[in-house]
Ligand binder design. Sequence first.
Ligand code: KIV
Length: 272
Amino acid sequence: MPSIKKHYKRITTNSLLEMKRNKEKIAMLTAYDYTFAQLVDASGIDIILVGDSASNVIAGHETTLPITLDQMIYHASSVIRGVERALVVVDLPFGTYQSNSKIALQSAIKIMKQSGAHSVKLEGGREVKESMERIIQAGIPVMGHLGLTPQSIYKFGTYSVRAKNDEEANKIIDDAKMLEKIGCFGIVLEKIPAVLSEKIAKIVKIPVIGIGAGKDVDGQVLVLHDMLGMTQDFSPRFLRRYLNLKSEIINAIKKYTSDVKLLKFPNDSEQY
Ligand code: KIV
């Protein structure tokens, strides 16, 4: 029977390894601001990802490509101020690590110094190996991200399930082994067949966190605004909505607007 095996005061990369060894599943969610980060952290989440999905969710862009390093640092530093327990991972945004490993290291250092975050995440396998190695050598914990990598959306053309053929599946397996070998502390697998993720989670000793990658991995991640039902125009099969906040919020704001217009707010006890 799966269970919570141990109480952790603060989650570190070592705690995550221990959780995998103890078969305790790892729970990860995104957050982009102080208020939500406080709520997510207080709820006992293990990892908070300051994802470049902020580009979609917060800034309203169609893809993750436009978000900048300084914008990620703004989000990450706001999150860090609200977190006491979770490990905070920050996405290196598109264009800040692909060109060469020196630039990648500079980007990672800038995030760590200016936001106070605990680690960074990079998308891709062998293509970004050198960048990852250099960042790891500098003492910065790195998480990998394989499968559907949204920063490469224009290469893929669609957000459909990846690695349905053997060639792509084998590449992901080899990349996952490589990420473990160079010292990544974990891997996100996005939107790949469950049997493939299960295989990878068995092969590598580092935690494998899935999003649309089935249940037989070491943990799960979702975008906070999606699982709270604040966004409604995105409904992939893997997304479970735990709330329907969009209609709750709209109803509350409609009520407020009507109260203001009908002179029902403020009342006598709500003034000085
Ligand atoms: O940016 C993000 O939110 C992510 C998750 C989808 C894993 O990378």
